[in-house]
Design a binder for this molecule. Structure first.
Ligand code: PLP
Length: 456
């Protein structure tokens, strides 16, 4: 029998999605606006502003006694409101705009902040390219800042150094700061916000991977001027493709909606005074999103459960470290579980790693990749990491190197960078492991066995 594949983060449907989509067809709302878009925004708004009230967070043994997960994911009767009753004080003003992608949400945050050609925007270097690419869409320059060792997210001290240095060198302040919640882990938000406020620079939180992660009980994405969410196929929940922007107040929401729908002025004919974009979420995708909201907390509980199993299984394995919340203030959604390997750890077939050039996308990721025909770049994961990836692949287990920092990407060779070596060291020593709602307890056990077996 063919072995079931363990993939990084595969989407999982609640069964409620089809109901909302059917409703859209029945009522003829197959357009980028409509009742599902409004309903999805309402659900999201209640969710991101809510106190942690959901009670499914028992121990994993209580939650999943019979190991038949994910079949045991039970959608809540399509009334997420009952779960997210109580709002955190001070967040009453937050608004949500559903968009076609997380990348679009980040882009519109920059547009709304007036980021233009010649401006600089500070961005966490250790991230996926969608955090910084929209800066370049505006003709602006990203200034990359390295991470700190506990959260893997932007280093507050280095952030302040960078701000001061940019002001000294250019005579102007950076227009915004983009912090990222990599793999779902909250950043040191208190310190980052204090610096943003001290220099009066707006903070954009890229919470694309961090939906539902909390810092001191508050959902990430609600601390700054803007928060970015993604509902791409591999994220915590999916709308097949989509995103949302968290912003302050109805007026800002309307401004974002204006830019997301081609910036049309109020006339009987098309009249344009500003450049807009076609970035609104469709009513069909929003229908999927409403269905997904009924399993969001279950998904997060499951990701945490998987982390718990990895922690148990790897605790006695020397040379391998699981990335965990640094303290009780941090409550990661553990979107992806990640490990780092000591450089001294020997892995089977390590000498053969990088033997041949890769021609396709790792893990069969969507889209087309360009093949350079080269097996090496100037900064790549250590040979034991690549050897482990290949050994796991033989067992039908998908793993992936940690994201390569943006300051090491050739496309950003001309961007200023403030580095401390941490993100590069993490990139060279780390792997992401299967973590999604379709990963069962049995899968995790098999993955841990496979990891142990490939140690030489
Ligand atoms: C996925 C992702 C995005 C972009 O989201 P899309 O919906 O795919 O456009 C942005 N930032 C980070 C860190 C991401 O992981």
């Amino acid at each position: 029998m063919e072995q079931k594949k363990a993939l990084l983060c595969l989407a999982h449907m609640s069964g409620n999605e089809i109901k909302y989509i059917q409703e859209a067809f029945d009522t003829n709302w197959v357009v980028p606006l409509g009742p599902n878009v409004n309903g999805f925004e309402d659900d999201l708004k209640r969710y991101v502003c809510s106190e942690k009230s959901y009670q499914a967070m028992g121990t994993s043994e209580e939650l999943y006694p019979n190991e038949t997960y994910p079949q045991t994911i039970q959608p809540h009767e399509n009334n997420p409101e009952s779960l997210w009753k109580k709002s955190i004080q001070g967040l009453e003003n937050k608004e949500l705009v559903a968009l076609s992608a997380g990348t679009a949400a980040l882009h519109l945050a920059l547009v709304a902040l007036g980021v233009k050609a010649g401006d600089e925007v500070i961005c966490q270097s250790f991230t996926f390219c969608a955090s910084s690419h929209p800066v370049t869409y505006q003709g602006a320059t990203p200034v990359f800042v390295d991470s700190e060792a506990d959260t893997w997210n932007i280093d507050p001290e280095l952030l302040e150094t960078a701000i001061k240095d940019r002001i000294e060198k250019t005579g102007r302040k950076p227009k915004a700061i983009i912090v990222v919640y990599l793999y779902g882990m909250p950043a040191r938000i208190d310190e980052i916000l204090a610096i943003a406020n001290k220099y009066d620079i707006p903070l954009i939180e890229d919470a694309a991977e961090g939906l539902g992660s909390r810092y001191k009980n508050q959902v990430v994405g609600t601390f700054g001027t803007f928060g970015v969410l993604s509902f791409n196929g591999n994220k915590m929940i999916t709308t097949s493709g989509g995103g949302a922007l968290i912003c302050d107040g109805k007026e800002m929401k309307h401004r974002i909606m204006f830019f997301a729908t081609q910036a049309r002025e109020a006339f009987p004919y098309y009249q344009h005074e500003e450049i807009g974009f076609n970035y609104r979420m469709s009513n069909i995708c929003a229908g999927i999103g409403r269905g997904q909201m009924t399993v969001l907390e279950e998904h997060i509980a499951h990701h945490k459960h998987i982390t718990h199993l990895y922690a148990e299984g790897l605790k006695d394995v020397k040379g391998i470290h699981l990335h965990l919340n640094p303290s009780a203030d941090f409550d990661s959604n553990y979107w992806l579980n990640t490990i780092t390997l000591d450089e001294e750890l020997k892995v089977k077939n390590q000498a053969k790693a990088y033997g041949k050039a890769i021609t396709g996308a790792i893990g069969g990721a969507a889209g087309f990749v360009h093949s350079t025909g080269e097996a090496h770049t100037t900064s790549e994961p250590n040979t034991n990491v690549e050897a482990m990836r290949l050994e796991l692949e033989k067992e039908g287990i998908e793993s992936r190197p940690l994201w390569k920092p943006m300051h090491l990407q050739p496309v950003y060779a001309n961007s200023p960078a403030y580095t401390n070596g941490i993100s590069e060291k993490l990139f060279k020593s780390g792997l992401c492991l299967p973590s999604g709602p379709m990963v069962s307890d049995e899968d995790v056990r098999r993955i841990i066995e496979a990891i142990k077996n490939c140690i030489a």
